[in-house]
Write a protein that binds this ligand. Structure first.
Ligand SMILES: [Ca+2]
Ligand SMILES: [Ca+2]
Length: 255
């Protein structure tokens, strides 16, 4: 319509310019999807330790803001969505945990939600701002909220080293108030040089020298050279990076 009102010569120039476009594609601006940018979600990391647990559930207050625009100014809805990472028994999607209209102020959209989770439902949660225009076109932006537990450090309650020839077997009993599954690593390091990078990893996987999987008794077997008294510090770490106290084990190797 604008072009029809222009002098003929100018219209021809516009057509020429348009023809020079290397990738003109379909006509743009007629029915474009909304754009969502600058999504900001707070918080992005929450520890259960900082929340109140009621009836084995927690509530995480969540605020989100994003800039939303639609090329034709035909915006229909802007929603804050937190997807449910769980699925049905057949692998289907479950309704979102949060689905909330966002409030507009200029092109800025904000919402405050309360995410209600089982206290032990640790994991990553997809937070989306979904904008829809009146033609049904969608635009969205994604952020991630991590829910975890800091908990308490694991404990090494007993550790032994037994020697057979040059072969040393270390067994350590480890527990964690947050459950054995919270323990990520058990290791023995030389007491003389604990940070020297020379570590032996103990496993509780029931494989090889470890007799029973997941019984909290972690085991490693390794060969040493020469003779003398071997001094090792045994320690455990959990998912939050919390470390147990060191437990010293000693073993006499060689004659
Ligand atoms: Ca722990
Ligand atoms: Ca074991």
């Amino acid at each position: 319509m604008l072009r029809a009102s222009l002098p003929l010569g100018f219209a021809a120039a516009l057509l020429t310019l348009s023809a020079c476009d290397t990738a003109p594609g379909p006509a743009s601006g007629l029915n474009d999807a909304p754009t969502v940018s600058g999504l900001s979600v707070s918080p992005t990391l929450v520890y259960r330790d900082d929340l109140t647990v009621t009836n084995n559930r927690v509530r995480i207050p969540l605020t989100a803001s994003a800039t939303v625009s639609d090329p034709e100014n035909r915006l229909d809805s802007v929603l804050l969505v937190v997807e449910n990472p769980a699925t049905t028994s057949t692998g289907g999607a479950l309704p979102p945990l949060v689905r909330l209209p966002m409030t507009a102020s200029g092109g800025q959209y904000t919402a405050t939600a309360s995410l209600n989770l089982a206290a032990a439902a640790y994991g990553g949660y997809r937070v989306l701002v979904v904008a829809k225009d009146k033609d049904g076109r969608l635009g969205e932006a994604l952020a991630l909220l991590s829910y975890d537990v800091r908990g308490q450090a694991p404990t090494v309650s007993a550790a032994t080293a037994t020697v057979s020839g040059q072969s040393v077997t270390v067994v350590a009993t480890v527990s964690d108030p947050d459950g054995l599954a919270d323990v990520t690593r058990v290791e023995a390091v030389p007491a003389s040089d604990p940070n020297g990078g020379n570590t032996f990893v103990l496993f509780d996987n029931g494989q090889g020298v470890d007799e029973t999987a997941n019984d909290g008794r972690y085991t490693a077997r390794f060969e040493v050279q020469g003779s003398g008294t071997l001094r090792l510090l045994v320690r455990a770490y959990d998912r939050a990076g919390l470390k147990s106290a060191d437990v010293l084990v000693e073993a006499r190797v060689g004659s």
